[in-house]
Design a protein around this ligand. Structure first.
Ligand code: CA
Length: 209
């Protein structure tokens, strides 16, 4: 099922969304790469306390990583594909967390508003050295900001200083992990206060299983 458009709180927003829906009718909802100007809903105060942060930096310790992750020469693989995933909320049963890593570009996970702090996470099943990840959002050109955190126990998460270009003008973003990041769980938290909803069509995480 194709993903819906964002909801809105005011009349002007609804009118413009209606126009957008008409546009979708003509171009198809399965085109998340469209760079479409979009109205900003009323901004909501940022609640940084709800954003998961901090953690144990030992996840990047060489000895700890070697104990958890085995070096592998296997081809880089999307190790997140169809793995168990969760989110802090979902807009509907058809736009739940699993839709962000089901391998389908037409399905998505959607939060139910544009408040920053909504998160999505995946259990890779075992600790793996991670290489890079790709996230495909609903819109391009809106400069989504998000934190990437990793964990090996799903309790203590460590924010990763990812290498990405914040000015990239595309719905699909590519982030590279620093060398030696060994993790089983990856959590993505949307942090910007633009008002755009956290709507992820697909998350691909590449490592050598
Ligand atoms: Ca999908």
């Amino acid at each position: 099922m194709a993903c819906g458009v964002e909801g809105g709180a005011n009349h002007a927003h609804m009118v413009i969304i209606s126009l957008y829906i008409l546009l979708l009718f003509f171009v198809g909802c399965s085109s998340p790469n469209l760079d479409i100007a979009h109205p900003l809903p009323n901004e909501t105060a940022i609640d940084e306390s709800s954003t998961p942060h901090d953690g144990d930096s030992s996840i990047f310790d060489t000895k700890s990583s070697e104990a958890l992750c085995k070096p592998s020469t296997a081809p880089l693989t999307n190790v997140a594909l169809n793995k168990p995933s969760q989110a802090d909320q979902s807009r509907s049963a058809t736009e739940n967390a699993s839709k962000a890593n089901d391998g389908l570009s037409t399905t998505c996970w959607s939060a139910s508003d544009g408040v920053p702090g909504h998160w999505w996470k995946v259990d890779l099943g075992k600790s793996i050295f991670l290489n890079r990840m790709t996230t495909t959002w609903q819109y391009g050109g809106t400069k989504y900001l998000y934190d990437i955190e990793v964990s090996n126990d799903d309790i203590v998460y460590t924010k990763v200083d990812m290498d990405f270009d914040p000015s990239i003008n595309s719905a699909t973003r590519k982030d590279t992990f620093p060398t030696g990041v060994c993790a089983r769980y990856v959590r993505l938290t949307k942090t910007d206060s633009t008002g755009f909803w956290a709507i992820l069509y697909e998350v691909e995480i590449y490592g050598r299983p």
